[in-house]
Design a protein. Sequence first.
Length: 328
Amino acid sequence: RIRVDYFNKMCDLLRKYYCTIFSHTVVEDSKMGLVVFTADNFGKITTFRLGSLLGIGDCSIRRPLKSFFGHNGGPVYDTLVIDHCFVSSGKDEAKVWSMDCIMTDATVPKKTLRPTRSSGILKMSYSESGKSLFCAQENGCISEWDITTGKEKSCFAAHTGAVYCLCQRSGTSHLVTGGEDGRICIWDENNLLTAARTGYLGRGNVISSLDLDKGGDWLVCGGNFKPSLYHLSNFTKSASLVMENCGTTYAAKFLDSKVIIGGNNSSLTYWAMNGEMLYKVPCSPRNVLSLNVCLLQNSSQQIVTVTGDCSLVDVFSNDYKALSLDTS
């Protein structure tokens, strides 16, 4: 018994030390309030209920409300919340969980989605107009799913390498993708066989982060090159975000009239739309892999959350680090 306890304790310590949180999702739920879901490289899904934890000046480490191993076969690459369901994607499948069940002891997925062309699902996006879940895969394909029935509606080759970026263009039926082949593609959900428009950033450029502004007119992208701002009307570059020791950009988000960039320099950098760096904020991960922005309902409070190559989730409130959540 003592040996088993010791072994389990050592496993927990190793998981904490080698933990990488590839993705997390923040949602303001009508039943549970502000909730944070994280998923790591060991297949563990962890849930936090922030609630009143966002008190100014509170910088303590917070413990999870619940955690369980949802993908025992390996890492979870992306997470998403759709209509009171939590979706997680892994090596060759995505799982749909009821948020009510996640908060109880019942941790059995409602549905398991396995693409016809099996490959790791790196990114997901949900189309409100078409009521479809899109999954970007490691083999360059994108699969489309009916989330209600759990059936695959279509699957098409989008890129010649892994598809790392996938998002919806606001107010349209357009899907924007970016990947290992250095291409940014705009797809019309009504005709997914051919890209409506394509922008090529050059050979050797890997696009690992991409985001659109609320109006769907501006795009920021980054990877193994300097992060850049583009106007989508003609794929014209408007600014390059130049900084020392830039490294690789893994996360990028628009926040009002600013752009937030995260990569392998243990910090978030805030930029104006003209390419001027405004300020830098330190964070816990050495490599920032996931970045979320949430504007609280009936409040002017802006919540920015960050995860990466450690077991902590940093929570920033109006550019101030309010607290860290510990997933270990």
